[in-house]
Design a protein around this ligand. Structure first.
Ligand SMILES: Nc1ncnc2c1ncn2[C@@H]1O[C@H](COP(=O)(O)OP(=O)(O)O)[C@@H](O)[C@H]1O
Ligand SMILES: O=P(O)(O)OC[C@H]1O[C@](O)(COP(=O)(O)O)[C@@H](O)[C@@H]1O
Ligand SMILES: [Mg+2]
Length: 465
């Protein structure tokens, strides 16, 4: 058999039936079975004149497979079920009368490029697509539900918000008081709650959703996953991440210029990434200026064979300079901490980190002084931390935020609740909120991407032999 015959045979392979498990989404009708259905107002919207054509509305049976890469040689893993999620988008029938909707929008946790775009598009989408007129912004995170008054939002007010970094609604950590929050939702008469936040926020949102179910309230809750760190599981990536990687380029370029322009110059950049090195990794790969990329998922060490200092010694001899990019969560175990530093947490209960950049800067200087006394040496430490997240989202992230917001609105209008919206393999899906709240997405140091970093930088693998 020649190669072409073999190829044809493979292309004609019949795969035995796939075992697919659909992730069930909660709906308001699970506990309020008598809710009335309404025709989607898009049906009468002049701008959506295709809306009665087949294919415009998404049906409850349209799904997205989570795994799309298979072994086509016949070793098809049919025994374990493949996961499928409901496809996001407008449904022909909805469970809310738009005139009776009172929507609340809140942003929680750290900043991320695109937050204002999501808020803007929730407001404009609710208003223009569904004719909702009562939309409220909750100020300063979860605590805003029960302390202070909401802001009334309309398309005119939010018109330019996508051009601003941060969140006009403000955000905060801590302040999660379940009963006060649900009491406030009830007393203010909100029946749609849009919660934009990261893993902590989503864990809170799951509790809110459970309490709403327990009280049998006609209130739908949707989460929109946010974190600049890009460590939310299941979805392809989180909004704002690409903008942050782009911003990090400026810091890396500056570090490179400084390092190149000094004898034995080291440029050291610290980037965000509490538990994950995605920003550091992508910034390294896209800059091509980085000699060593240090992330929390790959422990490193300084001294001895295979350590950072040995590598830098070589690199400085070869090139005369080196650039190190380190994620804020890397190397935390090596930084000396006193007892109170060991316990320190932020208002949300996240462990506070010590500054790995400051520590590394000082260790590098001590090393040089000890091993190369008298030779010229410079470390230029750049810490652009908040600069990479406190910026306006780029065009790609802005578009992404718009699609997220509209998907969330369509889902809630259809009566889904306790769900999160996000792209899976490029298609927007509805995912049970508790699943996303638990799912993490660390850098996989066994995959091609990390191997690529190693091949580009030739840095050590830091595995002691
Ligand atoms: N396990 C949890 N249960 C309930 N609320 C939580 C939980 N973890 C965090 N929160 C709340 O969610 C909000 C944001 O959490 P935080 O961890 O700061 O940011 P992020 O959502 O970006 O991870 C805070 O108001 C915090 O009190
Ligand atoms: O100083 P802050 O605002 O509390 O937050 C710093 C943290 O926020 C982040 O930017 C994002 O974290 P969250 O998504 O959990 O908010 C981390 O990278 C960083 O560790
Ligand atoms: Mg978090």
């Amino acid at each position: 058999m020649n190669t072409n015959d073999a190829q044809d045979q493979l292309e004609c392979l019949t795969i035995s039936p796939i075992n697919v498990k659909l992730k069930r989404l909660p709906r308001l009708t699970d506990y309020l079975p008598n809710l009335q259905t309404h025709t989607n107002p898009l049906q009468h919207n002049a701008f959506y004149h295709h809306s009665d054509k087949d294919g415009f509305y998404i049906s409850h049976s349209d799904v997205i497979l989570s795994q799309i890469v298979f072994d086509f040689s016949g070793n098809f893993p049919s025994s374990s079920p493949h996961l499928a999620y409901h496809h996001a988008g407008p449904r022909k029938e909805i469970l809310f009368d738009p005139q009776k909707v009172r929507a609340a929008i809140v942003t929680c946790g750290g900043l991320c490029p695109g937050l204002n775009t999501v808020i803007r598009e929730l407001v404009v989408g609710l208003w223009e697509l569904y004719g909702v007129r009562e939309i409220f912004g909750i100020k300063a995170g979860y605590r805003g539900f029960y302390s202070g008054d909401p802001i009334r939002l309309d398309p005119k007010l939010v018109h330019n918000w996508h051009k601003r970094g941060g969140t006009v609604l403000e955000t905060s950590r801590g302040g999660f008081d379940l009963h006060k929050i649900v009491d406030a939702i009830q007393s203010r008469g909100y029946n749609q709650v849009y919660i934009i936040g990261g893993d902590g926020t989503l864990r809170g949102a799951v509790q809110i959703f459970n309490e709403i179910q327990r009280r049998k309230l006609n209130v739908a809750v949707s989460g929109i996953p946010k974190t600049v760190d890009n460590d939310v599981g299941i979805i392809d990536r989180s909004f704002g991440f690409q903008t942050a990687v782009e911003m990090a380029q400026e810091a890396i370029s500056a570090a490179h210029v400084e390092a190149e322009s000094a004898p034995n110059g080291i440029g050291l950049v610290k980037l965000m990434g509490r538990n994950t090195g995605h920003i550091t990794l992508d910034a390294t790969l896209s800059s091509c200026d980085v000699d060593c990329c240090l992330i929390p998922e790959n422990d490193f060490y300084l001294e001895g064979k295979g350590g950072l200092f040995e590598f830098l010694d070589l690199r400085l001899k070869e090139n005369g300079h080196a650039v190190i990019v380190v994620a804020e969560g890397a190397g935390q175990d090596m930084i000396p901490r006193n007892e109170s530093q060991k316990q320190e947490k932020d208002d949300s209960g996240n462990l506070s980190f010590l500054d790995v950049g400051v520590w590394l800067n000082s260790e590098l200087k001590k090393w040089w002084e000890r091993d190369h006394k008298g030779e010229l040496f410079t470390v230029k430490y750049i810490d652009p931390t908040y600069m990479i997240r406190a910026v306006t989202a780029n065009a790609t992230d802005n578009l992404y935020c718009t699609l997220l917001a509209h998907s969330a609105i369509h889902g809630i209008m259809a009566g889904y609740t306790g769900f999160v919206t996000g792209p899976i393999n490029g298609n927007y899906a509805y995912i049970p909120m508790d699943e996303v709240a638990q799912a993490k997405s660390p850098v996989n140091t066994n995959d091609h991407k990390w191997a690529w970093v190693r091949s580009v930088t030739a840095q050590p693998d830091f595995r002691r032999t």
